[in-house]
Design a protein around this ligand. Structure first.
Ligand code: FNR
Length: 189
């Protein structure tokens, strides 16, 4: 069975290392998993007043998440936390109350930094939100440090250790998706 994964990248930068990591992971993932990168940079800031007539971008984003089987978050760390653009996307998808498009979808979190601490703060702040949103998240940790040294000028992964790590991580995520989605009682499918 093919499973689709909505990919949310927490950086809008053209040459984002986070995006490069996400693309590198998609390239080594089992064929049964299809990755769809979801635009988050155009989402108006969440404002509850706008729910009466939600902006078209919110409607599109919510539909893209709703139609996916699983969620992959690949994010940098901003000031030891989640970049505002990604937090906004999470807030948009989580509402109206009781209609969160994230509910029950299996997820995975990869944090990325050119620094040395793996963007740990962003990774765990994000996980805090995912616990609340009932996104069963792959326990395996993925902290990608020194990202500036892992890619060539064209944004291609050149570090074989990282490729090996991402290959195993992608396999674990594919298995995790089956654990959560494959085992679900029929009325939830
Ligand atoms: C950063 N950066 C950063 N890095 C880090 O490891 N921990 C941090 O807390 C921060 N804080 C931070 C705040 C802001 C506002 C910016 C713009 C940057 C550096 C960050 O990791 C670096 O710019 C990455 O290249 C951003 O990820 P992308 O865009 O390459 O995916």
């Amino acid at each position: 069975t093919t499973r689709t994964v909505a990919v949310l990248v927490g950086s809008l930068r053209k040459d984002s290392f986070s995006r490069q990591v996400a693309e590198a992971l998609a390239a080594v993932s089992p064929q049964s998993v299809k990755f769809r990168f979801v635009e988050i940079g155009d989402l108006p800031f969440y404002n509850q007043d706008d729910e009466a007539t939600p902006p078209a971008q919110w409607v599109r984003f919510r539909e893209q998440i709703r139609s996916a089987d699983a969620l992959l978050f690949v994010t940098p760390e901003y000031n030891r936390s989640v970049p505002a653009v990604l937090k906004n996307a999470i807030d948009v998808g989580s509402r109206p109350y009781g209609h969160s498009v994230f509910n029950g979808k299996p997820g995975a979190v990869i944090s990325v930094t050119p620094g040395g601490l793996g963007a740990f703060g962003a990774n765990h702040h994000l996980r805090q939100s995912l616990v609340f949103l009932n996104v069963p998240t792959l326990q395996s940790e993925a902290y990608i440090s020194n990202a500036g040294a892992l890619f060539d000028e064209q944004g291609q992964l050149v570090n074989e250790d990282t490729r090996g790590f991402l290959t195993k991580y992608a396999r674990d995520f594919a298995d995790w998706i089956e654990v959560i989605v494959g085992a679900r009682a029929p009325e939830f499918v």
